[in-house]
Design a protein around this ligand. Structure first.
Ligand SMILES: Nc1ncnc2c1ncn2[C@@H]1O[C@H](COP(=O)(O)OP(=O)(O)OP(=O)(O)O)[C@@H](O)[C@H]1O
Length: 209
């Protein structure tokens, strides 16, 4: 079965169950995860991507496009994640940040450079490859972070309040860009948000923790 399936996932801390989730996110669909602060939204994303802090235990399975990834390390899961703080590598240029995400299978300096130029064109940032991330605006950083995630060719996207620091106009623009890319590529998306407008723009199902 295609898409992202969260099968009977229960996360507990110190023996106390924190959350229980059963969900299927179809290709191109966005499942919004809402809930008060401390309800376990970020912890759920950590469980899905494979970075659950040691304080927690997990039962259940994460199945991506029919492949059980529950026991795989994060880098083998083919899941991309975008956080509220985009965390571009400060010591690398914009192009260096994007190059970091390119699949190793893409060989040759010229081919890799061309892929980065095309990626920058796609986000309206032609000619930015040599820029220092510290010199970018918030929206430009967000676009580079989004593209860095996509260049790694993930099969699912996890978004942890990636729009909350952006001003209203930019939020609409980046949000539309992320959802359009997910739809184009048929990627299931888990979106953690406090903002009902994000869930409405996503247009998919909503779960409340
Ligand atoms: N590394 C950790 N070790 C132990 N407990 C943790 C750890 N990280 C988070 N917690 C606790 O687990 C619970 C869920 O935290 P989580 O960050 O998932 O909540 P959240 O719903 O994402 O909150 P927010 O909306 O404030 O970001 C909280 O009670 C938090 O204090």
């Amino acid at each position: 079965m295609t898409g992202l399936r969260l099968e009977n996932i229960v996360l507990a801390r110190g023996g106390e169950p924190l959350i229980a989730v059963e969900a299927h996110v179809a290709p191109g669909e966005v499942l919004s995860v809402m809930g008060p602060s401390g309800s376990g939204k970020s912890t759920l994303l950590a469980a899905v991507i494979g970075t659950l802090p040691p304080a927690f235990t997990m039962t259940g399975r994460v199945v991506l496009n029919g492949r059980d990834v529950t026991a795989l390390p994060p880098e083998a899961r083919k899941i991309g994640i975008l956080y509220q703080d985009e965390l571009l590598f400060p010591h690398l240029s914009v192009g260096g940040n994007l190059a970091f995400a390119l699949p190793r299978a893409l060989r040759g300096r010229k081919a890799r450079r061309a892929r980065i130029e095309a990626a920058l064109d796609e986000i309206g940032m032609t000619g930015f490859a040599d820029r220092d991330p510290a010199t970018l605006s918030g929206g430009q950083k967000a676009r580079v972070a989004l593209m860095r995630m996509l260049l790694a060719e993930p099969q699912a996207l996890l978004l942890d309040e990636p729009f909350s620091r952006l001003d209203a106009a930019l939020r609409d623009q980046i949000r539309a860009l992320v959802f359009a890319r997910a739809r184009d590529r048929g990627l299931p998306v888990l979106l953690v948000t406090h903002d009902r407008a994000d869930a409405e723009a996503a247009g998919g199902p909503v779960i409340a923790l």
